[in-house]
Design a protein around this ligand. Structure first.
Ligand SMILES: Cc1cc2nc3c(=O)[nH]c(=O)nc-3n(C[C@H](O)[C@H](O)[C@H](O)COP(=O)(O)OP(=O)(O)OC[C@H]3O[C@@H](n4cnc5c(N)ncnc54)[C@H](O)[C@@H]3O)c2cc1C
Length: 392
């Protein structure tokens, strides 16, 4: 079995800013990742298979619904704890973190915020424990960055709704028990619907041939005259701002998560550079490799501070969507750049599955695109500071 020698960098003593409870949560998840993810993740990625055996453990460590109130089975944790959990899981693998993000922010959160009390009681405790797994369907084959133009729609048939359309690139879709599906009613207003596996006309074909996020199962959601019971509509919010509010929560988790991937790449590259001898000295003693490593730790430190501050703002209910966009965009690019540089420090070994770097690097190519692309988040910052939307 491969050993996991990860040492977490903390160059600016940011640990001093964390509470004892936050540190305890982090160390519990870190240990779980070392014991459960690290030993199996390379094979899962090589075989492009989601390791379903991790689901129960993720429920046990509180990765599903960390900040959902305890009365619904959630962890009742604060936003920094949520971020730290995402960071630790993504240190193991972005695909596994994706499952936790989707379950917490894109499935449990909309049920909590926009659902009825009956829906909360029915679904949230079972999602928290991993008895049920969910997915989130917003993207369509012809509508990615512009989900407001979606075509998936539902009609009021009196005693039920009739749902038609399709969604694409949906994480967890191939095995999810429920899907939160965003669709337009006859007036063109967007609502969320809870669609359950087994409903007639609902299918979830898997998307194959991915070179990225290979441990995450991705698929389509196809609705062919699906009869959805009326009690499955999320009634408490309509319009595109409903799914966008869910994405705020998920993007915040991503901003933290990718720090985990970056730390793993940095830690691996630093250790390798100190051990690898060329021209009779460790490559860590050369200026070129020190430049790479020094820039990595600088960028990781900046990202850690950005996320910590954003977490405080989220805890106080003050973080804006534009601030979350900035953090997601900055941190994913930071992690991807670090993965690419770290891969080079390892030379040929950098492309080998013996090390985690190439897997992180390929994963981050999805993370920089999903939940709003790198370009779109820049345009959100641009709109925020100028007041002029450039993407419309
Ligand atoms: C592995 C994976 C998992 C995913 N999981 C989910 C999921 O669970 N649920 C879900 O709903 N979706 C999911 N997605 C979809 C993801 O959110 C979309 O891929 C993303 O929103 C971008 O949409 P698109 O791929 O259609 O690209 P497009 O919108 O077609 O964009 C293509 C390019 O054009 C650029 N662009 C678009 N509009 C503009 C503009 N106005 N100005 C300048 N540039 C522009 C983009 O930045 C991008 O570079 C997933 C994607 C991947 C890869």
């Amino acid at each position: 079995m491969k050993s996991d020698n990860f040492q977490s960098p903390d160059y600016f003593a940011i640990d001093d800013l964390l509470t004892d409870e936050q540190k305890l949560i982090r160390s519990t998840v870190r240990k779980w990742v070392k014991n459960e993810i690290s030993p199996i993740i390379e094979e899962a990625a090589q075989n492009a298979k989601f390791p379903k055996q991790l689901l129960k453990g993720m429920g046990d460590i509180g990765a599903f619904g960390c900040y959902i109130p305890e009365e619904y089975g959630g962890g009742g944790m604060d936003q920094i704890s949520y971020g730290l959990i995402m960071q630790e899981i993504e240190r193991g693998d972005s695909g596994i973190r994706s499952t936790a993000s989707v379950q917490t922010s894109l499935v449990m959160y909309p049920i909590l915020k926009f659902g009825t009390e009956e829906q909360r009681q029915k679904y949230l405790p079972r999602l928290a424990s991993s008895e049920l797994v969910g997915c989130f369907g917003l993207t369509e084959p012809d509508h990615g960055s512009d989900p407001g133009s979606m075509r998936t729609n539902f009609k009021d048939m009196g005693d039920h709704y009739l749902l038609n359309g399709s969604k694409m690139w949906i994480s967890n879709a191939p095995f999810a028990d429920i899907a939160i599906v965003w669709a337009k009613n006859e007036e063109g207003r967007v609502y969320g619907l809870i669609v359950e596996r087994g409903m007639e006309g609902f299918s979830t074909p898997e998307t194959h041939n991915k070179w990225s996020l290979r441990t995450s199962a991705t698929g389509e959601l196809i609705f062919d005259n699906v009869k959805v019971p009326k009690e499955n509509l999320l009634p408490n919010k309509s319009g595109l701002s409903a799914p966008l509010q869910c994405l705020d929560s998920a993007r915040y988790g991503i901003a933290w998560g990718v720090i985990g991937a970056a730390m793993d790449c940095y830690d691996t590259a630093l250790r390798y550079a100190k051990e690898r001898i060329q021209f009779d000295k460790p490559i860590a003693g050369t200026q070129l490799q020190q430049k790479k490593l020094a820039e990595m730790i600088t960028e990781i430190t900046k990202a850690q501070l950005l996320c910590w501050r954003l977490g405080i703002l989220r805890n106080e209910g003050k973080a804006t969507s534009a601030q979350i966009s900035m953090a997601k965009r900055n941190n994913v690019k930071m992690a991807l750049d670090i993965a690419r540089e770290a891969r080079q420090i390892l030379g040929a070994m950098g492309i080998s599955g013996e090390y985690s770097i190439m897997r992180h690097m390929m994963n981050l190519e999805s993370v920089i695109t999903y939940e709003g692309t790198h370009d779109i988040h820049l345009l959100i910052t641009g709109m925020d500071i100028t007041g002029i939307p450039a993407f419309k």
